[in-house]
Design a protein around this ligand. Structure first.
Ligand SMILES: Cc1ncc(COP(=O)(O)O)c(C=O)c1O
Length: 389
């Protein structure tokens, strides 16, 4: 087991690293796949005589180590950290990098749970926030308070409106003010976008989504490139203890091995869905960064390999029609979450984003979000057609 990428994978292509980085076949048995180390503790050869530094699985577990090294390699960072959920990762990061009295800039369009964390957990603790549109570099600059702002936090593409933030420009804004740029890369996945390469300091993932990819786990991750930040995150990961268990770490690793091929198919199918929705009379607006008329299209084309598997749209017949479409869909399953191989449909205003109702992050009531899966494209289009009829 290695906490570094093996020598032969360090400079390899994405797919090779996804399959090999973080783990060499086990020297004792030759096991090609990392075992699930279902152990809480480790025998010591005399007091303090740990084997490979393992002493207790909250601090480190070899299955988790393999996942963390794999994620670091895919995001081209120095170190990765795996958590029990995306929100556990976010909370740990905020405790590691912020103090009461600090200020952060957050997106005005973001996952509802992230907003809830800032508004109802971090704010009472003393961490103040201002929201700004991630697509508007000047608005983000205006929201930054030099000397007080410690983090600029963005999602790109955002959840659920698929707005695009220019990572390179936003890193400049953050760094000019002495702050760090955090990018939630959940929607793009490391296959489509590597924020650290573009100047971000920390990448956040809900690995529940594309990294895991099969809707069978809940997990989160942080990847950083600065070793001082890594030390602070490592300390808080252990001190807070919201770590990924060995079983979930193993499932996430299994998912990552096929991330590249899954993402290609998610993108293929999403593009077909976008084309179909664009010509449908029951649809008033389609949100997808791959559309040339999308305001973030040029930036997305520069910083993303393709445009992803999430498509949002507004129902021309309002919330009533959106509700009907959600309940009539058959191949698209009505459910929260995203990024799995199966297609999902949801109404953000009443489901994933109910926690932002009445705030500056409120989403349109007639908005439908699709997580386009990798089923046969024609079946997906036929299902949408009957759901919108
Ligand atoms: C963009 C984004 N970030 C973070 C999270 C939180 O992750 P988790 O649900 O794994 O805690 C989610 C969940 O939907 C998300 O969509």
């Amino acid at each position: 087991m290695s906490d570094q990428s093996p020598e032969h994978t360090a400079k390899s292509g994405f797919e090779t690293r996804a399959i090999h980085a973080g783990y060499e076949p086990d020297p004792t048995t030759g096991a090609v796949i990392p075992p699930i180390f279902a152990t809480s503790t480790y025998k010591q050869d005399g007091v303090g005589g740990t084997r490979g530094g393992y002493e207790y699985s909250r601090s480190a577990n070899p299955t988790r180590t393999a996942l963390e090294a794999n994620l670091a390699s895919l995001e081209e960072g120095e170190r990765g950290f795996a958590f029990a959920s995306g929100l556990a990762a976010e909370h740990t990061l905020l405790k590691a990098l912020c103090r009461p009295g600090d200020h952060v800039v957050i997106p005005d369009d973001a996952y509802g749970g992230t907003y809830r964390l800032f508004a109802h957990v971090e704010e009472p603790w003393g961490l103040r926030h201002t929201s700004a549109a991630v697509s508007d570099v000047d608005a983000v600059r205006a929201a930054v308070r030099p000397g007080e702002t410690t983090l600029v936090w963005v999602e790109t593409p955002t959840n659920p409106l698929l707005t695009i933030g220019d990572i390179e420009a936003l890193a400049g804004v953050a760094h000019d003010a002495g702050a760090l740029l955090v990018v939630d890369n959940t929607f793009a996945s490391p296959y489509l976008q590597q924020p650290l390469v573009l100047g971000a300091d920390v990448v956040v993932h809900s690995t529940t989504k594309y990294c895991g990819g099969h809707s069978d786990l809940v997990g989160g991750a942080l990847v950083v490139k600065d070793l001082d930040i890594a030390e602070r995150v490592a300390f808080h990961q252990n001190a807070i203890g919201a770590v990924a268990g060995a079983f979930d770490a193993w499932l996430t690793l299994r998912g990552l091995r096929t991330l590249a091929v899954r993402m290609e198919r998610h993108c293929d199918n999403a593009e077909k869905v976008v084309e179909f929705l664009g010509g449908h009379p029951a649809v008033s607006e389609v949100f997808y960064p791959g559309l040339e008329q999308h305001p973030g299209h040029a930036v997305a084309s520069r910083q993303m390999r393709r445009y992803g598997g999430i498509v949002s749209f507004r129902a021309a017949g309002g919330e009533r029609q959106a509700l009907d479409a959600c309940s009539r869909a058959r191949v698209f399953t009505l459910a929260e979450s995203l990024g799995g191989i199966e297609s999902l449909i949801e109404l953000p205003g009443r489901m994933t984003h109910a926690s932002v109702a009445g705030t500056e992050l409120e989403v349109p009531a007639d908005l439908i979000r699709l997580s386009v899966g990798i089923e046969t494209a024609e079946d997906l289009l036929a299902d949408l057609d009957q759901a919108l009829a």
